[in-house]
Ligand binder design. Structure first.
Ligand SMILES: Nc1ncnc2c1ncn2[C@@H]1O[C@H](COP(=O)(O)OP(=O)(O)OP(=O)(O)O)[C@@H](O)[C@H]1O
Length: 327
């Protein structure tokens, strides 16, 4: 199946000289939730803004549903809805009118059943006649989504949908996004929150300093990087691993009090049994054992560190295994 969005060799250099995007290529499949993860200034908003026709690229092409955003921009834009980072609503306008107005801006004819369906799906129907200034922060964000959905887009961009909102509201937004996906909308969201990407995305793209470092299915990313560490605290400190130590990949801590073992928790043979057997064979007493799993946060930090160590050229081999495979 052809991707719903195809981005090829996209670069953006702003007038001031900042390279906000540097040769980004990416395919987005219909019906997926893709999270673009990256620190401040990584280029996430620039990427979204180019696809939505708000910023002109310096180089490269973008197709939305097969329509080139430069030469066939009307058709491309009709397929897209954008929920911006900033809440900007007409304060005295009612909820329903705000949504109708946006639909009109897209050149779409009135469609009251659709407006009703959108407002109901976002739990805004009871507030349809309320001026937007009387709404809570969470409701205002939902109005922004309703506006973005007013012309029945097939692709929805959410630029940091939960920046600065409390935990409860964040969960509520996640639920809204899941329901949208279930209704067949493709969703691309940007976020600083690893938790958000982990919770919602089918695929995660990591972007830093204008480069797309990698794009992977979330489960694969967690599997590749979500390794576990076993720490065995010894009864008595060791100066070095004993003579005849028969296992590889195990390190002694600097104070000699514990052994550290990094392993793949999903493997058929983790090697933990052999480690414990070796400790028994050498008659080494164990005081305590602990395991911990790397979080996506650590994965992300390792990725960025690897990229910096490589001078921004590529992601460190030891961390990623292979470089940005933006499908
Ligand atoms: N209109 C502009 N003119 C000049 N430079 C810009 C403009 N917009 C963005 N930039 C610069 O481009 C780079 C990427 O910015 P962008 O807003 O795309 O990043 P971001 O990943 O969305 O960041 P954040 O998470 O903080 O929103 C930054 O260095 C930013 O200062």
């Amino acid at each position: 199946m052809a991707p719903i969005i195809q981005i090829d060799h996209l670069s953006k250099r702003y007038a001031g000289g900042t390279t906000a995007l540097d040769d980004v290529s990416l395919s987005i499949e219909a019906g997926e939730i893709l999270a673009l993860l990256g620190p401040n200034g990584a280029g996430k908003t620039t990427l979204i803004s180019i696809i939505c026709g708000l910023v002109t690229p310096t180089q490269g092409t973008v197709r939305v549903g097969g329509h080139d955003i430069a030469t066939d921009w009307r058709a491309a834009r009709r397929m897209i809805g954008l929920v911006p980072q900033e809440i900007a609503l007409e304060p005295f306008e009612t909820v329903a009118n705000s949504v109708r107005f946006t639909r009109g801006l897209y050149g779409a004819p009135p469609d009251e059943p659709h407006i009703e369906q959108v407002l109901r799906s976002l739990a805004l129907w009871d507030k349809r006649d309320a001026p937007t200034k009387t709404l809570s922060g969470g409701m205002k964000r939902r109005v922004l989504i309703a506006k973005a959905l007013s012309h029945k887009p097939q692709v929805l961009f959410l630029d940091e949908p939960t920046a600065g909102v409390d935990v409860q509201l964040r969960r509520e937004m996640w639920q809204v996004v899941r329901e949208l996906r279930a209704s067949g909308v493709t969703i691309i969201l940007t976020t600083h929150y690893l938790e958000e990407a982990e919770e919602m995305a089918d695929r995660i793209g990591v972007i830093d300093r204008g480069k797309l470092l990698l794009v992977r299915p979330k489960d694969q990313l967690m599997g590749e990087f979500g390794r576990k560490q076993l720490t065995v605290e010894l009864d008595a400190p060791l100066a070095a691993l004993p003579e005849g130590w028969g296992l590889r990949g195990i390190t002694l801590s600097a104070d000699g009090r514990s052994l550290e073992y990094d392993y793949d928790a999903r493997a058929d043979r983790t090697g933990i049994g052999r480690l414990l057997a070796e400790l028994g064979r050498l008659d080494l007493g164990v005081r305590d054992v602990a395991t911990r799993q790397s979080s996506l946060e650590e994965v992300f930090m390792a990725l960025l560190a690897g990229e910096q160590a490589a001078g921004g050229q590529a992601v460190g081999e030891q961390v990623v295994g292979e470089q940005g495979d933006a499908r």
